[in-house]
Design a protein around this ligand. Structure first.
Ligand SMILES: [Mn+2]
Length: 372
């Protein structure tokens, strides 16, 4: 019978990562980190002799990933001699005409669902029946209800359901009504697609992405591990699920408040004190400066000045306002060309361009002694 299993997916292997800063270097490192997470999961499966691994879709980032990447996955699964690997496809690696799953040979311990209706595989030695549907195109606006309704569970078996989709009333990514599918009485429902891991009571879980893929993906990442026991009194299966974290660089977005009194060194200081030196060298940082800045200070080089103190840093100054009372300046220069010039700057439509134009012009006028 089934004792333990892993639920994972959403690796997005083969993704080309792009970064604002020195994209290629960071992109290559990110690619390595992603493969390391996959290899960690494989090693854990071997070491702990996990009999079953569920892949809940999007193990590949697209249907166009390199064949060598697909082969790498197939070869890793083939080394899991005592493990069943059951796969559904997702919206990224859907099993269509150009399916990545057709490009390589899979070992006999791997089972891939290849239809967008519910089918099942019964693994006798684990007394486990796994139901799943795969994506064969890149959009589903409705849940395959008719197919789902034909499922009749054998409750002497441990029953698992695998779906890649979104728990929502409406979605282009296979909307799932959780209450409705829970009503069927599965022992475990393994969901994929949402990258934030989440385990709900009653054996429903999103495994999440095993490493964060961008600044939108925060918090701990890893795969899920479940233990299955039989309650001796009721003879029912009892599943307890936990989270196995995989170490990876985190994405952190930090907001830093700037005031007109801050000098350039103060601003650098504020950015550096946002985190410990150890964390700064470990994670990806996006620092967003907000508030009002002395217009004499330009932040064009702030990223370069911070770079060596961080593993990765990008800065966002778009929400920073120059500490200028434009209306007052215009009023003070009402009867001269400077006033007209400032007024014209104030009328520039694009707020980013307007802000930059005002800062640079005033800076120039102050340094030339035209404006005091
Ligand atoms: Mn997906």
């Amino acid at each position: 019978m089934l004792t333990t299993f892993i639920h994972t997916g959403d690796f997005h292997l083969g993704r080309p990562f792009t970064f604002q800063q020195q994209g290629n270097y960071f992109g290559k490192n990110k690619r390595k980190e992603l493969w390391k997470a996959f290899d960690d999961m494989i090693a854990y499966t071997k070491n702990e002799r996990i009999p079953l691994v569920l892949i809940a879709g999007d193990v590949f980032d697209s249907v166009n990933v390199l064949t060598m990447d697909i082969k790498r996955v197939a070869e890793a699964f083939a080394t899991l001699e005592n493990t069943w690997v059951v796969i559904i496809t997702g919206n990224h690696d859907y099993h269509g005409e150009n399916s990545p799953y057709n490009k390589v040979q899979w070992s006999s311990n791997v089972y891939i669902f290849k239809e967008d209706v519910f089918r099942s595989i019964y693994i006798k030695e684990l007394n486990t029946e796994i139901y799943g549907m795969s994506w064969v195109k890149n959009e589903y606006r409705a849940f395959p209800e008719r197919s789902f309704n034909t499922i009749k569970l054998d409750h002497s078996r441990y029953n698992i359901l695998m779906i890649h989709g979104e728990v929502a009333n409406q979605s282009h990514y296979l909307p799932i009504d959780l209450k409705y599918i829970e009503g069927k009485g599965f022992d475990f429902i393994a969901l994929g697609h949402i990258h934030k891991p989440g385990i709900a009571p009653g054996g429903v879980a999103y495994c999440g992405s095993p490493v964060p893929l961008n600044f939108g993906e925060t918090g701990e990442r890893g795969f899920l591990i479940s233990l299955v026991e039989v309650d001796r009194e009721t003879d029912n299966y009892v599943t307890s699920s936990g989270f196995y974290p995989i170490p990876s660089r985190k994405y952190e977005t930090i907001q830093i408040e700037i005031s007109p009194d801050d000098t350039y060194s103060n601003i650098i200081e504020k950015a550096l004190s946002c985190e410990t030196a150890e964390n700064r060298k470990q994670n990806y940082y996006r620092i967003r400066f907000v508030g009002y800045i002395n217009p004499e200070i330009q932040l064009d080089w702030v990223n370069d000045d911070l770079q060596e103190s961080f593993y990765y840093i990008e800065t966002d100054t778009s929400q920073l306002e120059p500490d200028i009372d434009l209306d007052k300046l215009i009023l003070e220069n009402e009867n001269n060309p400077i006033g007209q010039f400032l007024e014209a700057l104030g009328n520039i439509e694009d707020p980013e361009v307007r802000k930059k134009a005002i800062i640079y012009s005033i800076e120039a006028m102050v340094s030339e002694g035209v404006l005091k």
